[in-house]
Design a protein around this ligand. Structure first.
Ligand code: CTP
Length: 400
């Protein structure tokens, strides 16, 4: 199962140079499991051919409101009604103006008016046009009416100028489509996720760390965002890029993670610690590189503060979820940690297995809850595991 399986997306492509990027968007949506039907406006068809989009979408491309053949097969009203999402990318200044003004003079503008599905607009145009009072006002009004925008990126534009106006990256547009198509079980909730390893410095070039890739924690943050939460991700050193549409705070040491998670947790409804926080750090980090001749081969370690335990001591109504990476006695160790740290749930995985866990894109876990129940989640992609963990946590601790 991919995120967009079973979803029907109508993609409107209007007439701007970025129309060629619609090809990439169609492919990305289909790869994620969505069915895609493209509506190409007359000016869009000056930039890209219906045949290209038809081949990529594997569906006929709609161009004309009064096309007798396509209208008899699937009318414009049913096209509007069967869509789970209407995405317009690129959206020109012209289509924004038409939607705002209630003009329905071609198939795309008519379908926008006739659909009850969420509408996602990804504008692309020259920076001057994007900054013009007419476009600014149209965007404001459409936002108030409940349309969603993926703002254009800044960069070099086809017309030679530099500024905002370039169609947002495909991944940004597709991620916003996923967000709009996921049920909002965490709407209005604030979530903090700690992810990745920590690094404890010995000197300016050496440090102690562990094998956490951060993937499971990042997946928990992304899933919470898709479910509608306001997410703060606190990430130790990982190679992963900042996830989209959330606040990411980069930290290095256990102490920095404690500070960042602690501050963010004050206003949070749920805190998930998927991070592999160092349990010990060198007593002091040498200010200069230690030379091997002077190194006495012993590093004196002191314990770090346990972040979850400190949150567990003054928890209020906040939901606390931990992770337990174990190599043996999974249940015994995980349940003992949940009790000791005063958690609502703990996600246990067996890191002695090479097919799951560290660095892998898949995982297989068992979630233990404070009420004595447990949930097995069979091997699946980490984002699917993350969604299932959130569903269970919401059902038990954050209903409606
Ligand atoms: N954790 C934490 N702060 C720490 C250490 C761990 O918040 N200083 C959190 C982890 O993010 C995880 C949970 O506690 O959610 C369990 O981490 P783990 O390292 O397995 O537990 P420890 O208590 O450190 O036990 P041990 O290392 O002995 O297995």
């Amino acid at each position: 199962m991919t995120m967009l399986s079973g979803k029907e997306i109508v993609l409107g492509v209007t007439g701007g140079i970025a129309a060629y990027k619609a090809c990439e968007i169609v492919r990305a949506l289909r790869k994620d499991g969505a069915g895609v039907r493209v509506i190409l406006t007359a000016s869009g068809a000056r930039f890209i051919t219906p045949l290209t989009l038809q081949t990529l979408s594997k569906n006929p491309v709609f161009t004309d409101l009064f096309d007798l053949i396509t209208e008899s097969e699937i009318g414009h009203i049913s096209l509007a009604q069967r869509a789970n999402l209407l995405l317009i990318a690129p959206a020109t200044a012209n289509i924004l103006g038409k939607i705002r003004g209630g003009i329905a003079d071609d198939l795309l503008s008519t379908v926008v008016m006739a659909t009850s599905a969420p509408v996602l607009l990804a504008p692309a145009m020259n920076s001057q046009m994007y900054a013009s009072p007419a476009v600014r006002e149209n965007v404001e009004v459409l936002l108030e009416r409940g349309f969603t925008f993926v703002d254009p990126d800044e960069g070099e534009l086809a017309c030679g100028t530099v500024g905002p106006g370039r169609l947002a990256d495909t991944e940004k547009i597709v991620e916003m489509a996923r967000i709009l198509l996921t049920e909002k079980i965490l709407a209005g909730k604030r979530v903090v996720v700690g992810a990745g390893p920590t690094a404890e410095d010995i000197d300016p070039v050496r440090y102690l760390t562990n094998r956490s890739s951060g993937k499971m924690g990042f997946a928990m943050a992304v899933a919470a965002r898709r479910f509608g939460a306001d997410v703060t991700l606190v990430a130790g050193p990982t190679r992963l890029p900042d996830p989209l549409f959330m606040k990411t705070i980069r930290v290095r040491s256990a102490e920095e993670m404690l500070g960042a998670v602690g501050t963010a947790a004050e206003a949070a409804d749920a805190v998930v610690m998927a991070a592999a926080v160092a349990d010990f750090r060198p007593e002091s980090a040498a200010p200069l590189k230690i030379k091997k001749e002077t190194f006495d081969r012993r590093i004196s370690l002191v314990p770090t503060e346990d972040i979850l335990s400190s949150l567990g001591r003054s928890r209020g109504s906040r939901v606390l979820v931990g992770f337990a990476a174990e190599t043996n006695d999974l249940e015994g160790n995980a349940v003992e940690k949940m009790r000791r740290k005063n958690l609502d749930a703990i996600v246990a995985n067996d890191v002695s297995r090479t097919d799951i866990g560290f660095g892998s894109d898949s995982n297989e876990v068992r979630v233990y809850f404070s009420d004595g129940t447990a949930l097995d989640l069979a091997m699946a992609a980490k984002d699917a595991i993350a969604s299932a963990v959130w569903r269970a946590v919401c059902r038990k601790f954050l209903p409606g």
